[in-house]
Design a protein around this ligand. Sequence first.
Ligand SMILES: Cc1cc2nc3c(=O)[nH]c(=O)nc-3n(C[C@H](O)[C@H](O)[C@H](O)COP(=O)(O)O)c2cc1C
Length: 219
Amino acid sequence: MFKLLHIDSSIRKRQNNNPQHDSISKRLAYSFVENMKESSSVSQYVYRDVGMNPPPFTDQDWLGAVFTPIDKRSTQQCQKLAISDTLIAEVKEADIIVISTPMYNYGMPAQLKAWFDQIVRVNETFSFDLARGNFPLEPILSGKTLVLITSCGEFGFEVGGVREHMNHLAPHIKTLSKYIGCERIFEIASEYQEFADLRHQSSLEAAFIETRKLAKRLI
Ligand SMILES: Cc1cc2nc3c(=O)[nH]c(=O)nc-3n(C[C@H](O)[C@H](O)[C@H](O)COP(=O)(O)O)c2cc1C
């Protein structure tokens, strides 16, 4: 049995009056999740659309609260961390984390980065110890699976692709995922959206097939 946490981050809705405006990354993530849910292996499902409801940006008061020992935190500081606490609890519970994201300006949406900034938190999801030398950070959580679903307008962002050096989306998220306990990563990508041609159509079709295949593999 799996506990699934599903994070969408496109600023577009999955379904619109004009289907051409539908978010590709959200449609792909929905397909994956629906296929997972068809089996009886999903015991818990938590959904967040951070594209539509972004978590707040962190600030100096947030940081001050994080570095104040729990038993010394003021009511205000506890309130400041309440959203972070909730989002972290969701991550801790999850066995599989599905993150769907568009590529915006060669990286992730600010809304998704805001979510990561709220959850990658010292003494909660990672520990920091200078006794470890040049690599003082270690994840506290473990054993989770990340399913990363991306959509971009251009193409060639894969390893060895013509735009590999411009891809600050998947490499960034993969780096961060270690600090929320993800030890297995599966990636599904749709490309060529801006070209709106056959290459886009076949990339999208292949990505939908992958969502079904991966769901079968994981259940
Ligand atoms: C603000 C913005 C920035 C974008 N930047 C890039 C980019 O840097 N590289 C790229 O390949 N596509 C870029 N795109 C295209 C999107 O990645 C593409 O439309 C994708 O399908 C959006 O995801 P969605 O369909 O889930 O909303 C950008 C789109 C927007 C709206």
